[in-house]
Design a protein around this ligand. Structure first.
Ligand code: ADP
Ligand code: MG
Length: 323
């Protein structure tokens, strides 16, 4: 069982940023309105994630670390309509297989909280303690028992930079949640959670970029698009500036990137990697998120329709700006 978990862990947990992604998405799924993410040494020695979400009942705690344990899918049909970010029930078991994990959690209904320790997939303790409502995960010494894996980690600075860009994407895709991000004891980002994506863009990219963005609103029968794109002057030599979220999930997708870039090309007559921070909403029927465990990839049942809608939305926005 331990071996299988360790292998599965390779799929889900590649580096500190993957742990942060899974645990933060769990916090979001738990309805948190405030999430604090703290890392030390790029997340290699410590990752601490605290949320004010629903918490976990004491009886459910050990279960949550069992592979394929998820409270988020009741029946197979649910797979068609996934609204939560996580749904495979692999993250906690995978992380616990390759790190020393401490969990402190309390639900609103219970009088006391629980503290649970699991290391290398082995349960160490489960006890009742006083705790605030919500959940804190501490992940110590990632890959301490998989030296082959830890050797492949990059420097703390590089691993930390992966976590930083992930946090930025999470904050941008969830402007309704207050994110606090602490690196080696220093607060690097603190968003207000006041629902304004523009405010988050300001906090991450600064004033110069925020001055140069255009608001996007678009809606057709099966897709809606909200957010901001950069004026043609705001661009980069790569796609780092192009970010979009489908139903609250940060994804990478060739069709969407191409639609955005083609719209700029149609407008400017030259290729450009523009700034974009776009929230796309569509029904689960048109979307397959079940492509890869890390869940960054999505597939569409009607890719050409997605392309057309996004192309049109971007082009309209650029043209309106002209007038
Ligand atoms: P999944 O997210 O795919 O359901 P995970 O392994 O990430 O699987 O988590 C297992 C279960 O643990 C979740 O379904 C959820 O019930 C519970 N859980 C994990 N993190 C939290 C959290 N921060 N707050 C409340 N419940 C949580
Ligand atoms: Mg999860």
């Amino acid at each position: 069982k331990n071996t299988i978990d360790k292998i599965a862990a390779g799929e889900v947990v590649e580096r500190p940023s993957s742990v942060v992604k899974e645990l933060t998405e769990n916090a979001i799924d738990a309805g948190a309105t405030a999430v604090t993410v703290e890392i030390k040494d790029g997340g290699k020695t410590l990752i601490r994630i605290t949320d004010n979400g629903a918490g976990i009942e004491k009886e459910q705690v050990p279960m949550a670390f069992v592979r394929h344990a998820t409270s988020k899918i009741e029946k197979v049909e649910d797979l068609e309509q996934i609204v939560s970010l996580g749904f495979r029930g692999e993250a906690l078991s995978s992380i616990a297989a390759v790190a020393q994990v401490e969990l402190i959690t309390k639900t609103p209904a219970s009088i006391t909280g629980v503290r649970y320790v699991i290391e290398g997939g082995e349960e160490k303790s489960l006890e009742e303690i006083g705790a605030p409502e919500g959940t804190t995960f501490l992940v110590h010494n990632l890959f301490y028992n998989v030296p082959a894996r830890s050797k492949f980690l990059k420097t703390a600075a590089t691993e930390g930079s992966y976590v930083s860009s992930l946090i930025e994407q999470l904050a941008l895709s969830h402007p309704e949640i207050s994110f606090k991000y602490i690196v080696n004891g220093q607060v690097k980002l603190h968003t207000s959670g006041n629902f304004s994506r523009r405010d988050v863009i300001y906090q991450i990219y600064g004033r110069d970029i925020t001055k140069e963005i255009l608001e996007v609103h678009y809606e057709n029968e099966f897709l809606s698009l909200e957010g901001y794109i950069g004026k043609p002057s705001v661009s980069r030599g790569n796609r780092n500036f192009e970010n979009y979220y489908i139903n609250g999930r940060y994804v990478k997708n060739k069709i969407i990137s191409k639609a955005i870039e083609d719209a700029y090309k149609g407008f400017l007559m030259q290729h450009n990697f523009p700034f974009a921070s776009l929230q796309i909403e569509m029904t689960g029927n048109d979307l397959d998120v079940n492509v890869h465990p890390a869940k960054m990839e999505v597939r569409f049942s009607r890719g050409d329709e997605v392309y057309k809608a996004i192309y049109e939305a971007i082009l309209q926005t650029l043209k309106k700006k002209e007038m």
